[in-house]
Design a protein around this ligand. Structure first.
Ligand SMILES: NC(=O)c1ccc[n+]([C@@H]2O[C@H](COP(=O)([O-])OP(=O)(O)OC[C@H]3O[C@@H](n4cnc5c(N)ncnc54)[C@H](O)[C@@H]3O)[C@@H](O)[C@H]2O)c1
Length: 374
C-alpha cells in the first residue's frame, strides 16, 4: 500500500449487478474509498461512477497503473477472474476477487504463489464464514451440545427469474457451471464446520426444450470424515419463492438454517440442563421453548447405539428471514475489514484467507468432473 495513505483505495473491475450491492457494504469500513472503475461496458462504468463518485478508467491496464489505487476488487464473470487477478497482483495491487477464484484450481495455486512472493493480499469473497450464525453453529458442533454430527443437507431452490437463456451463468465456458459459480460458497461453509470434505458422487440435469445446453440443477454427495452431506442447487424458482435450507442432524437433535445467507436458525433437541444453559448462552437473542421436561426414569433414552439422559426437549429459534439483506451487507463489510486488517498487519489472522478460494474450487471441480449428466 502507498505509505502516504492510511486509507484503502479500491479500484473496481466489473461494475455489474452485484458490485452495486457489495461496494456499498465495503464503504462502511472506515478509511475505504473507491478510487476508480473499469467496466468493459462504458455505461456500467458511468452509472457506477455517478453513484460512487470515482474516476472512470478506459482500460484495465490504466486502472492497474493508477498509483492512487491500493486494492483491486474484481466482480466480472468467473472466466475472467484468473487473468484479471494475476494482472492486478503483478501490478503490485492487493486483490479481492469475487467467487469463484478461477475456473481451475491449478490457476488459483499460481495466484497464491504470486501474492505470497509479492507480499500482497489475495482473497476470494466467500463471506459466509463472517456470519455470527456460522460461528455459533460451529460451537454447537465442537462442544457436541447435540452429540456427534451425523448427516447434513443443503437444499437451494433458487430464483432464475433474472437469468435468461443468454445469461453468462448458463455458458459453462464462462461460469464453470453451478458447482463452480455458486456451490463454492457452501463447500466453504461446510469445510468451516467439518474440515476438509471430498465429493463422492454428483449429478447434473439438463433443461430440455431450450436452444442452448443449460444445466440448471446439480447435486453432490460429499464425505466429511465419514459423515455424508447432500448438496442440491436448482435454479428454477420465481424470485419471491427463492428459498434455501441447511439441515444438520446430530445424535440428539438438529439445526436448520434458512436462506442462502443464513438469517434464521431453528434448533431442536434432547438436552441436559447443562447443555440447555450452554445453548441459551450461545444464542442470547433466541427464543427458547421447553417442549417437555423429563423426570426420573423418563430421562433415559437411547440413540445412535448409546444410552443417554435428557432433562428437557427444547426448540430454539433465532433471527428471521427478513434480515437476509442486512446480514448480507454486514458479512461483506466484515470481510473487507478483516482483509484490510491483514494489509495493515500481516500477522492478523483472517477468517477467510487465500486458501478458501482454492479449497472450495477443488471441491467444485471434482463435483463437476464426477457429474453424471441426466
Ligand atoms: N459473493 C457473492 O455473494 C456474490 C453474489 C453475486 C455475484 N457474485 C459474483 O460476482 C461476479 C459478478 O456477478 P454479477 O452478478 O455482478 O454479474 P453481472 O453480469 O451483473 O456483472 C458483471 C460485470 O462485469 C463486466 N465485464 C464483463 N467483462 C469484463 C471485462 N473484461 N472487464 C471489465 N468488466 C467486464 C460486465 O460489463 C458487467 O458489468 C460473479 O463472479 C459472481 O459469481 C458474488
Amino acid at each position: 500500500m502507498n505509505r502516504l495513505s492510511t486509507d484503502t483505495r479500491i479500484g473496481v473491475i466489473g461494475s455489474g449487478g452485484f458490485t452495486r450491492f457489495s461496494v456499498e457494504a465495503f464503504l462502511k469500513v472506515s478509511g475505504t474509498k473507491i478510487s476508480g472503475v473499469f467496466d468493459i461496458n462504458p455505461q456500467n462504468s458511468k452509472s457506477f461512477s455517478d453513484k460512487f463518485g470515482c474516476k472512470v478508467f478506459s482500460s484495465e491496464e490504466k486502472l492497474l497503473e493508477d498509483t492512487e489505487t491500493d486494492l483491486i476488487y474484481i466482480a466480472t464473470p468467473p472466466f475472467l477472474h484468473f487473468l484479471q487477478s494475476k494482472q492486478a497482483l503483478l501490478s503490485g495491487k492487493h486483490v479481492i476477487c469475487e467467487k469463484p477464484a478461477a475456473l481451475k484450481a491449478e490457476e488459483v495455486k499460481e495466484l497464491i504463489s504470486i501474492a505470497h512472493e509479492k507480499k500482497l493480499l489475495y482473497a476470494v469473497n466467500l463471506m459466509q464464514r463472517y456470519n455470527p450464525l456460522f460461528s455459533n453453529v460451529k460451537r454447537v458442533i465442537e462442544e457436541k451440545f447435540l452429540g456427534e454430527f451425523l448427516h447434513g443437507y443443503f437444499e437451494n431452490y433458487a430464483s432464475d427469474e433474472n437469468l435468461d437463456e443468454k445469461h453468462w451463468m448458463w455458458d459453462e465456458s464462462k461460469s464453470g457451471g453451478i458447482f463452480i459459480e455458486h456451490a463454492v460458497h457452501f463447500f466453504d461453509l461446510f469445510e468451516g464446520w467439518f474440515g476438509k470434505g471430498d465429493v463422492i458422487a454428483s449429478q447434473k440435469i439438463m433443461k430440455e426444450g431450450v436452444e442452448h445446453n443449460i444445466w440448471p440443477e446439480v447435486q453432490a454427495i460429499c464425505n466429511y470424515g465419514n459423515r455424508l452431506v447432500n448438496f442440491y442447487h436448482g435454479f428454477h424458482q420465481a424470485d419471491r419463492m427463492d428459498r434455501q435450507e441447511i439441515k444438520l442432524v446430530f445424535e440428539t437433535g438438529e439445526i436448520i438454517l434458512f436462506e442462502w445467507v443464513p438469517s434464521r436458525l431453528l434448533l431442536k433437541g434432547l438436552v441436559t440442563n447443562e447443555n440447555m444453559k450452554a445453548i441459551a448462552d450461545l444464542f442470547p437473542e433466541g427464543e427458547l421453548e421447553i417442549v417437555k421436561s423429563f423426570i426420573g426414569k423418563d430421562k433415559e433414552y437411547r440413540s445412535h447405539f448409546v444410552d443417554r439422559q435428557a432433562d428437557q426437549k427444547i426448540v430454539l429459534e433465532v433471527g428471521n428471514n427478513d434480515l437476509k439483506s442486512t446480514i448480507y451487507q454486514q458479512l461483506l463489510t466484515d470481510m473487507m475489514l478483516d482483509q484490510i486488517q491483514w494489509i495493515k498487519n500481516n500477522n492478523h489472522e483472517r477468517r477467510i484467507n487465500q486458501y478458501n478460494g482454492l479449497h472450495s474450487l477443488k471441491m467444485a471441480e471434482k463435483a463437476e468432473r464426477l457429474a453424471i449428466k441426466l
